[in-house]
Design a protein around this ligand. Structure first.
Ligand code: ZN
Length: 217
């Protein structure tokens, strides 16, 4: 098992939880229904990488998309966490990109198969450093942006989430015991598109409070 200490966090990496379709405009752009409860999937630890990494387009896919997302790091063990106490379980907030092999995901969706392969290739989960949640005035009002080769492609705000950060922590903990070092990718706003070799992607949170830059090999 790969164990990595993430910049800004005191814990080694735990489970990487991800939420699908958490912004209405993104659900619409892929012709997906808006969910009535969070859509949850998990990425392997081997997908994790960091600022400055090279993203690898796997030979199995010819259509890898970027999905910029606010990422929450969990501070302590918790089960059945009430939504009103969820903020006590946040160690840090960062930005990440949920890379997705859209062609593989589409085939999986059509045949009712899980998304693990489409979402789980090496380097498909880059994350920035993490900063304390108190750096943000309001977790329900965080800007998240992504530019590709200097051109803005995705802009969102956590106020547009269908399920809030605190709700997601509460919901996940009703199913899984959360542990320090677990990460939650909280879903992407609209504007996802294909990446190509040589692209430079920069993700930011807040007013450039946190940035993540990766290049595509
Ligand atoms: Zn995503």
């Amino acid at each position: 098992m790969i164990k990595k200490l993430i910049s800004g966090l005191n814990h080694q990496l735990g489970t990487i939880y991800c939420i699908g379709r958490n912004y209405i405009e993104h659900a619409k752009e892929l012709n997906n229904p808006v969910p009535s409860s969070p859509l949850v999937f998990i990425k392997p630890q081997s997908a994790l990488c960091f600022d400055g990494s090279e993203i690898i387009i796997p030979e199995q896919s010819s259509d890898v998309h970027h999905e910029v997302e606010i990422v929450v790091a969990i501070s302590k063990k918790g089960k059945d966490i009430p939504e009103t106490e969820a903020c006590d379980f946040i160690e840090g907030i960062g930005v990440g990109i949920d890379f997705t092999a859209r062609d593989i995901q589409q085939r999986a969706k059509e045949s009712g198969h899980p998304w693990s392969i489409a979402k789980g290739f090496d380097t498909f989960a880059p994350v920035s450093r993490f900063i304390h949640a108190t750096e943000f005035e309001d977790l329900g009002n965080i800007n998240v942006d992504l530019s590709v080769n200097g051109v803005n492609r995705q802009s969102g705000n956590s106020s547009q989430m269908i399920f809030s950060i605190n709700y997601l922590i509460s919901y996940l903990s009703s199913i899984f015991t959360l542990y320090p070092g677990d990460l939650i990718f909280t879903g992407t706003p609209s504007g996802v598109s294909q990446i190509r070799s040589g692209d430079q992607l920069t993700a930011t949170l807040g007013e450039q409070l946190v940035t993540l830059t990766v290049s595509v090999k």
